[in-house]
Design a protein around this ligand. Structure first.
Ligand code: ATP
Ligand code: MG
Length: 174
């Protein structure tokens, strides 16, 4: 819950600057502690939420979480320009940016979604995207996030399940 609160707070500020509404909804109850790589989960959410806000000029961004049976589904939906069907695969490739109104004058390296895809795969999760030109985009990441009680959380917080080196290797292989 602490990580999610931080994300919502941080991106509400960004959304406000563009007069966008950031709508957060939760289905289920978030446990106090889950087993995950917090840094990587943060990276996934930051990339999806920052894209939604960056590419949307009017309307709203919905951030929805569903937590059930130890699986968390993170949904980020926007009312932005959308992505053409034929480009939906490309946006996950490194350094690929779709050259249309969605990124005209919007700086970026084209790595955000590549990172989201790789991290989701490494963490054994699932990534789905739906998008329609003129309507908006929806990115959905599902991850197994087993809940822990406080003593388990304290025990495991020192051990790193996925280190930076493991991630780097995967990035090189991709
Ligand atoms: P950065 O590396 O800084 O994230 P980026 O935002 O261009 O740069 P990605 O996040 O990988 O890179 O996104 C790739 C491309 O996909 C973007 O350039 C943009 O064209 C398109 N895109 C991503 N998210 C959205 C969105 N929510 N709505 C519309 N287009 C999007
Ligand atoms: Mg991006």
């Amino acid at each position: 819950p602490e990580l999610i609160d931080q994300m919502v707070e941080m991106f509400r500020v960004q959304a406000d600057k563009k007069s966008l509404v950031l709508n957060f909804t939760l289905d289920g109850r978030l446990p106090d502690y889950v087993m995950t790589d917090e840094k990587r989960l943060r990276q996934i959410l930051i990339n999806l939420l920052s894209n939604a806000i960056k590419y949307t000029d009017k309307g709203k961004v919905d951030f929805h979480i569903r937590y059930r049976n130890q699986v968390a589904e993170f949904v980020v939906r926007d009312t932005g320009p959308g992505i053409e069907k034929e480009n939906l695969d490309r946006v996950f490739q490194p350094f690929e940016r779709v050259r249309n109104s969605s990124n005209a004058h919007r700086p970026g390296t084209g790595l955000g979604l590549t990172i989201v895809k790789l991290l989701t795969e490494i963490m054994g999760g699932d990534l789905q995207v739906k998008s329609e030109i003129g309507t908006g985009s929806e990115f959905r990441v599902s991850l197994l996030l087993p809940w822990l009680d406080q003593s388990q959380a304290e025990d495991t917080s020192k051990s790193q399940i996925l280190g930076y080196e493991g991630f780097q290797k995967t990035l090189l292989l991709a």
